[in-house]
Design a protein around this ligand. Sequence first.
Ligand code: AHG
Ligand code: MN
Ligand code: MN
Length: 335
Amino acid sequence: MDRHITLGEFIVENQKDFPYAKGELSGLLSSIRLAGKVVNQVINKAGLAEILGKAGQENIQGESQAKLDVMANDVFVETLRNRGEICGLVSEELEDFIAFEGDINKGAKYVVLMDPLDGSSNIDVGITVGTIFSIYRRKSEVGNKVELEDFLQPGVNQVAAGYILYGTSTLLVYTTGKGVNGFTFDPGIGSFFLSHPNMKIPEFGNIYSVNEGNYVHFPKGVKKFIKWLQELDENDRRPYTARYTGSLVADFHRNILLGGVYFYPEGTTAPKGKLRLLYEANPIAFVTEQAGGKCTNGLRRIMEIQPKELHERIPFYCGNKVLVEKAEEFLRKYD
Ligand code: AHG
Ligand code: MN
Ligand code: MN
C-alpha cells in the first residue's frame, strides 16, 4: 500500500466538495477519526485491561451492555462533545438524544447518530467489531437546543456516514455522497491511510449473510429465498456460499469487497427485524448506494423511510442489486 494520502489530508482536500461548508464537517469527521483511534487502542488490549464481559446493566432496548459498549459510547460522546462540531448525538446505548449545550457547541449545525460498538457479542471471543456513524444537518435553528426532529430525518438527508472496522486491521470507510473511500490504520505511525479508493461493490457476488438460526421465524418469502441461494446450478455447483459473523460492520465490509447480500429479516421474535434504522440501517444504506449497491426493507428503499422513533428497528436487505432484488421478488411472491 502506498502511504501517500492520510485520512486527514483526504478530508481537507475534499472539503471543496461542499462549497458553503466552513470546515465543520471536516472537523467532525476528524473527531470521529480521533475517537476511533482511542476505541481501537482499547479494543486491541481488551483481554489485558479487564474490560471484557458485561457491564452489569441493560440499554434502553433491553440488551445487556458489554463493558466495551459503555466505554466506546463514552469515548465517542466525550470526544464529539469536546470538539464542538455537533450540537447533539444519538447513541444505541442511550435512551434519549443528548443535547450539547456548551459554548463550544453553540454554533454547531450537525448532529450525529451512532452505534458506538457494533457486534458486541463478538468482543469476548476476539472477533471483529465496529462503529457505525451517520451525520445530518440539524433542522431546527442553529443556536437553539436540538430537538427530536433534528434526529428523526430520513436517510436521504444524511450528509456523511460510514463505519470503522476493528478487525485484522482497523479501517475507516465513509461517504459524503461522492463515492466511498476506505482508510487503513497504521498503528506504528498512528494515522489512517487511503487504502480503498472509490470502493464499488462487485456487480455480482456469491456470499449471503443471514442468521439462519432464526430460519423458523422468517417469513415464507425469506425461507424460499434462502432455499434458492442453496440450490445447485445447472453444473451441479452451489453458486452461493454463506458467511455470517454476527457483526453487521464485518459482514457488510466483506460483502462490499467481495459481493453478496446481507439480510436481517423480520421474524416472530423480532417483528420488525433487529437492526436499528437510524444508526445501523441508514448509514450502511448510504455507503451501499454510494458503492453501487441496493438497500431496502424488502419493499422500499431504506433511506426514504421516515423514522418515527430513535431506536426503531427495520427489516434489512443490503448488497448487490441483483441479489436484493431477488429477495424482494420472493417476498412479493410469498408474503
Ligand atoms: P449491536 O452489537 O450493536 O447490538 O449490533 C448487533 C447487530 C448487528 O451487528 C448484527 O448483524 C446483528 O445484531 C446480529 O444479530 P444476531 O446475533 O441476532 O444474528
Ligand atoms: Mn449494532
Ligand atoms: Mn452496538
